[in-house]
Write a protein of this length. Structure first.
Length: 655
């Protein structure tokens, strides 16, 4: 049947005839186009650029839009539904919906982030867009976009700008993840050890992403989302023995609305997922005219854990004399920042504590000036109480005018949707005032926003060491980096140089780690600002460990997870801004020996500084012993290291 060139856009030209006519025309167009060859689509297959991943997707005869995912010829996700639920107003798409058009494109470009895991990120994908139309729903048109990368896939829904229909409230996202087997999974679990490893069939409760999945020895996935502009953040609800569905309320939807991307990362090893920049690639670049050249990633020191420590007759506190000592130490080691934590403007939960006038404001302005003279930026803490009791725009402008370098925002309250919107607002206000930002205390999960807002350098989306008067065990670290770490940059506060922590005001608990493991963790955790928590004198007692941390100069030129097993161990290599390579290894409660291959090095010879746990080092006894050795190596060599129980290894390589 000839379609006579009908297009849904024609409905705009007769809008004066009323909504009823528009809906009738839209339905007629769908009926006409349905008869065209190939318009009611069979499943269309979209592959990754390297051909290893394949996604079949399309609209079936019942009006359901489904996808299924295959990697290396092995089905990992069985046919699974996509779409929106509008409650009494119906689903979208639904019965009698048709495909107007299915168009494809390929992209092969490069993203050069201001900072990230590497200086150059391939942005390569194959894309398919289905333009759908129908009736019996709040809108008569819907676009579904699928992208397949070499390291995963993503899909989103959109209502075209010129679609007809009044704003409507979507009560649910229909996205399903019907896994093809009873795989093993790990999940984010707030500021506690991750949930898992669990077989799908044994899970009964709702879970939070990222969900890291092991389908086989050489097949790993992570389910998450990207570019969450509005609505509630994603949760995952069990819908069958090996199936989950998205548990999210998208909220009000109108023409021009785009959903967040539903993302499935894939790798033959879990390290591929950790090393991915896919979430960032799915976020838009900064708005035109936005200048982020002032954003500098690096290492920072912190005043919260030093409080109460005594050395050589000096007692550290969260006051100007201690801050100056910390700034001096940072400047000597080319660390970029000092983070001032709570109570500097009065009790942080006090409604009368004015974040621009109260408490130690004059001392703060003094240390900002002192730090600026030494090349060290000062971060300021702001509790949600102060953020809400006083005008937020004015507070952040004041911090920018003082010359502060960053904002650490704590204990945000509200629904998950409200927290996401406030987080986005604060991030934008910080950018306007040239402030980096770090969100703490159960923040909204990262979803790649560091591409749009490079000042969004950290979130405490993990259990931080010594946080809430708790310590985490070695197994937590080597699980979290593979699960939470798939979401984006984390603030975990690794790098303690005193394992006893005796005499501290906040938490004097001994740390179940080793000195070398603590240094290695500062490298392994991807973060825009790596915040180390100890006093200068403790680092100065261990010059080689201090040398390793000081060599972590960002932005990273390259990052590689060399090997690892979730919950057991990890080995990470990163190339610093000055061309030196650093390698960090960390273990769970088991001792282990590893051969670290150096194939990532460029041609030539390198001087290697090798730091290993001492013979009596053990996370259970807090022995602070380690060994130092040096040798000349090349890209064909390996370095053999021994990791104590709960221990680690560090290697610094300089050409």
């Amino acid at each position: 049947m000839k379609t006579f060139g009908f297009n849904p856009c024609i409905s705009r030209k007769i809008s004066r005839c009323g909504v009823a006519v528009t809906r009738i025309l839209s339905s007629v167009i769908c009926l006409l186009t349905a008869a065209s060859p190939g318009v009611r689509a069979a499943m269309k297959i979209t592959t990754s650029p390297d051909g290893q991943l394949a996604v079949a997707a399309g609209l079936d005869a019942a009006g359901n839009f489904n996808y299924e995912f295959t990697a290396d010829g092995r089905q990992l996700i069985k046919p699974s539904l996509l779409g929106w639920d509008f409650g009494p107003a119906g689903r979208l798409p639904a019965l009698d919906w048709k495909v107007l058009k299915a168009r494809s494109r390929s992209v092969n470009s490069i993203w050069k982030p201001l900072w990230g895991k590497r200086a150059s990120v391939p942005d390569r994908f194959h894309e398919m867009v289905w333009e759908l139309c129908g009736s019996n729903a709040p809108f008569q048109r819907l676009n579904v976009t699928l992208r397949v990368y070499n390291d995963g896939l993503a899909f989103r829904y959109a209502i075209p700008d010129d679609a007809k229909g009044a704003p409507a409230n979507a009560v649910g996202d229909l996205a399903e993840f019907n896994f093809a087997g009873d795989f093993t999974a790990w999940f984010y679990n707030g500021e506690y050890h991750n949930l898992g490893p669990d077989k799908f069939s044994l899970i009964s409760s709702n879970r939070l992403p990222p969900m890291t999945v092991q389908a086989a020895d050489d097949a790993f996935m992570a389910v998450h989302e990207a570019d969450l502009r509005s609505g509630a953040p994603l949760e995952l609800a069990k819908s069958g023995p090996t199936s989950f569905h998205a548990l999210a309320a998208p909220g009000k939807i109108a023409p021009g609305y785009e959903s967040p991307w539903r993302v499935i990362l894939f790798g033959k090893t879990p390290g591929v997922i950790v090393d991915s920049h896919l979430l960032e690639l799915l976020n838009p670049p900064p708005a035109s005219g936005m200048d982020f050249s002032w954003v500098k990633p690096g290492v920072g020191v912190w005043d919260w854990r030093i409080n109460g420590a005594q050395v050589d007759g000096f007692r550290y506190s969260m006051t100007l004399p201690s801050w100056k000592r910390m700034v001096d130490f940072a400047a000597e080691n080319h660390f970029l920042y000092l983070v001032l934590d709570a109570d500097w403007y009065g009790p942080e939960f006090g409604k009368e504590s004015d974040p621009t006038k109260g408490g130690k404001v004059e001392q703060v302005r003094n240390i900002i000036a002192y730090g600026k003279a030494k090349g060290v930026g000062i971060w300021l803490y702001l509790n949600d109480v102060g953020g809400r009791q006083f005008p937020l725009d004015e507070t952040l402008k004041q911090y920018g005018d003082w010359g502060a370098a960053g904002l650490k925002y704590g204990f945000m309250t509200g629904t998950k949707e409200q927290k996401n919107l406030l987080t986005r607002r604060i991030t934008e206000l910080c950018a306007k005032n040239h402030l980096l930002c770090d969100f703490h205390d159960y923040p909204v999960h990262p979803y790649g926003q560091m591409r749009t807002w490079p000042n969004a350098v950290d979130r405490e989306f993990c259990e931080s060491q010594l946080d809430a008067h708790r310590v985490f065990q070695p197994k937590t670290f080597v699980t979290t980096v593979f699960v939470n770490g798939a979401s984006g940059p984390l603030d975990m506060n690794n790098g303690l140089a005193d394992l006893t922590q005796a005499g501290r005001v906040d938490n004097p608990s001994p740390v179940p780690s080793t000195l070398v493991a603590e240094a290695a963790r500062t490298l392994i955790v991807f973060s825009g600002v790596t915040i180390i928590p100890d006093i200068p004198e403790n680092y100065q007692k261990h010059p080689e460990l201090l040398q390793f941390i000081a060599a972590e100069k960002q932005p990273w030129q390259e990052s590689k997870t060399l090997e690892g097993v979730i919950g057991e161990y990890i080995v990470t290599a990163r190339e610093a801004a000055d061309g030196r390579w650093l390698v960090g290894a960390a273990s769970n409660e088991e001792a282990r020996e590893l051969d670290l291959p150096l194939a990532f090095l460029g041609r030539g010879k390198y001087a290697a500084l090798i730091l290993q746990d001492g013979d009596d080092a053990d996370y259970r006894t807090h022995k602070e012993s380690y060994k130092v050795s040096r040798r000349v190596v090349g890209p064909g060599d390996t370095i053999h290291v021994r990791l104590a129980p709960g221990g680690g290894a560090c290697v610094l390589l300089e050409k």
